[in-house]
Design a protein around this ligand. Structure first.
Ligand SMILES: Nc1nc2c(ncn2[C@@H]2O[C@H](COP(=O)(O)OP(=O)(O)OP(=O)(O)O)[C@@H](O)[C@H]2O)c(=O)[nH]1
Length: 624
């Protein structure tokens, strides 16, 4: 990019960005920072050049839209749904061309598949909205079209798109007929009570059999065959009939401009310079630039900076009215502020929030870690921004001994995971290590976890920042005094820290437990335990003591007792000797008898030596 180009863009966000890039470069030279940082800044500047020039051209568009001329009854909101590759995006191209939204050129192919990953893979992964103007029987109609993905991994996009529509075009390939996603998508639309227009595509194919497909539609979906429209999206055959059917069959949205403003956020994007760009469906009233709106989710107020239609690029307008679908920019700078499914309303006219969306259920999980821990913050922000655009991804912080701090992400399928990873690299220049995908399992843990196991009561939990949480618990002192800190450090890979203060005395069901060696209590090992835990603690102490005491010339009984009642017992076996005694049998028997008498005497004396370190080690629990 030449400097003269930078000068021409003076005043646009691009200029500011490039300046930042140059300063960064100078700093790099001084501090010898690597080339990656340099490239990263450069890459960020490029999309601005494209988007700002696009915006300039749309602003000067002679075909400026006066939306006040569009009463609700001349608006149609619909999406195109189908099995993968049945021709949704190709039909969307034809509809855009026929209504003059895009020029009819060879270059304009699958124009709503804007993402690099979509173009490279030839599949739609993201629903896209386009507003079209269509003249029918002397009236001008506003048609809001949403092109949706066909692959099962992206079905969440379909269900969200449906919430902004009153009808669907159900495309079926004239050769392949009804497929799995045709049925799944039909039911999504059917359950949402949308008008369904069956469209049989690819009738130009040699093996096309529209008759058979019509019979399938009639049989499986109970839709009369006369309602099917046979088209070739590729050649444009009968596409005008599709537009007519949209106007004639799909009802206008039930929404009144007289009601208070109420809009559903059905999609969101993060723009580096303008913050959150939310796609909204207006369910009531109207909104204009400068209005103060509130997000029902956070209760936070924002001023509307820009709004408009997507044709399919952003086309700023003065207002958005009930029944319309468009975009809004209201100074939301943090990705957490724009939740998909949120309701927006005017500050002075609060309304009840719309139901939103059912959360997607992740099926495939994988760990994602930065290549280098110094890239953690950058990767975190990239993941946050991308999940704003794809809310079906479940994100959870994670850490690994080998890879450091990272995340565990949940996806709807393997393709979804691959696409997310590719988008991170292509759109955010992020390099990540992805672990092998796994599926969720339900496990019943045989050992309780650390805190619950110690009779703690949680008092509160505060997020200090997005990486640290402070938890307060009320613990019995004897539960934390011996080994709690070591276990906490080991379970949290060294990340957790711990402090405690005296919270006073509290009544508890406690009992005194003795440890006996050959029937004699060892005073130093007498403990006070909770009644419910007496058996397990006594058993564990006896087991540990058995391992700590060296073998003696006689057997040692190790017991835990409450009063006179023994609740646990272990036996330390005696030392073995005289195995290979070579003398005659009478002498051997004599010797054994003598030894047995000696052992009896020693046991009576009960003089068992307990090593010093055993006193602490028997109190330590072996929690995993
Ligand atoms: N012969 C013929 N081919 C078509 C027609 N419509 C679409 N195709 C081809 O079918 C393939 C898939 O078309 P797309 O429009 O990408 O299908 P899609 O349903 O949007 O695909 P996904 O979004 O990935 O589910 C492309 O190669 C198109 O050129 C048609 O009417 N006739």
């Amino acid at each position: 990019m030449s400097f003269s180009m930078v000068k021409r863009c003076c005043g646009t966000p691009l200029f500011r960005r490039v300046l930042q890039f140059k300063m960064c470069r100078r700093k790099n030279q001084d501090s010898n920072v690597t080339y990656t940082v340099f490239r990263h800044r450069w890459m960020k500047a490029l999309p601005v050049l494209c988007s700002s020039s696009r915006r300039l051209s749309t602003q000067s568009d002679k075909d400026a839209v006066d939306l006040s001329k569009f009463p609700v009854d001349r608006i149609r909101n619909f999406c195109i749904i189908a099995h993968i590759d049945h021709g949704k995006s190709t039909l969307a191209d034809r509809l855009l061309e026929m209504t003059g939204a895009i020029a009819k050129t060879e270059k304009n192919k699958q124009v709503l598949d804007k993402l690099q990953v979509e173009r490279e893979r030839g599949i739609t992964v993201k629903a896209q909205t386009a507003s079209l103007f269509y003249n029918h029987e002397g009236q001008r109609y506003l048609l809001n079209l949403i092109d949706t993905p066909g692959h099962v991994d992206f079905s969440y996009e379909v269900s969200r798109s449906i919430s902004a529509c009153q009808g669907v075009l159900l495309i079926v390939d004239a050769n392949q007929g009804i497929q799995a996603q045709t049925v799944a998508n039909f039911y999504l639309a059917f359950e949402a009570q949308l008008t369904i227009i069956p469209v049989i595509n690819k009738i130009d194919l040699k093996n096309a059999d529209p008759e058979r497909v019509e019979s399938q539609i009639e049989k499986v979906f109970d839709i009369p065959r006369e309602e099917c429209i046979r088209i070739s999206a590729k050649l444009g055959t009968n596409v005008d009939k599709v537009l007519q059917a949209v106007v004639n069959r799909i009802p206008p949205p039930i929404a009144s401009t007289e009601d208070p403003f109420k809009a559903l956020v059905f999609d969101s994007n993060f723009d580096h310079y303008r913050g959150v760009v939310a796609n909204i469906a207006v369910f009531g009233g109207w909104v204009k630039k400068g209005d103060k709106i509130v997000s029902a989710h956070l209760g936070k107020a924002y001023e509307v900076n820009e709004l408009g239609l997507l044709r399919p690029d952003e086309h700023p307008t003065q207002k958005l009215f009930a029944g319309q679908v468009g975009y809004i920019i209201a100074g939301m700078k943090d990705v957490k502020e724009a939740q998909i499914g949120d309701t927006l309303y005017l500050q002075e006219q609060p309304v009840e929030a719309l139901p939103g969306f059912k959360p997607a259920k992740a099926m495939v999980f994988a760990g994602m870690y930065p290549m280098d821990q110094s890239e953690y913050t950058g990767l975190r922000s990239a993941i946050e921004r991308l999940t704003l655009n794809d809310s079906s991804v479940a994100v959870q912080r994670d850490s690994s001994l080998a890879l450091g701090a990272g995340w565990r992400l949940g996806f709807l399928g393997l393709l979804h995971m691959e696409v997310f990873n590719q988008r991170l690299e292509q759109e955010y220049n992020a390099s990540v290590i992805v672990t092998a995908p796994t599926v969720p399992y339900k496990a019943v843990l045989s050992s309780a976890k650390l805190i619950k196991n110690r009779r703690a009561v949680q008092k509160n939990m505060v997020y200090i920042d997005d990486q640290r949480v402070m938890m307060k618990y009320l613990f019995p002192l004897n539960e934390i005094v011996v080994d709690f800190y070591d276990l906490l450090k080991s379970l949290s890979s060294g990340y957790a820290s711990f402090d405690y203060e005296n919270a006073g005395y509290q009544a508890a069901d406690l009992i005194k437990m003795d440890i006996l060696l050959n029937g004699r209590p060892v005073e130093e090992l007498t403990t006070v335990v909770h009644r419910e835990r007496a058996y397990s603690t006594g058993k564990a102490m006896c087991e540990r003591l058995k391992d700590s005491i060296p073998r003696q010339m006689f057997e040692i009984a190790i017991q835990a007792a409450i009063g006179s009642k023994v609740i646990a017992r272990e036996t330390r076996t005696e030392k073995m000797f005289l195995q290979n005694y070579g003398g005659d049998i009478t002498r051997k028997m004599k010797l054994l008898k003598k030894q047995a008498e000696g052992k009896k005497k020693m046991r009576r004396i009960g003089n068992v030596e307990v090593p010093k370190d055993a006193f602490i080690s028997v109190l330590k629990r072996k929690e995993k």
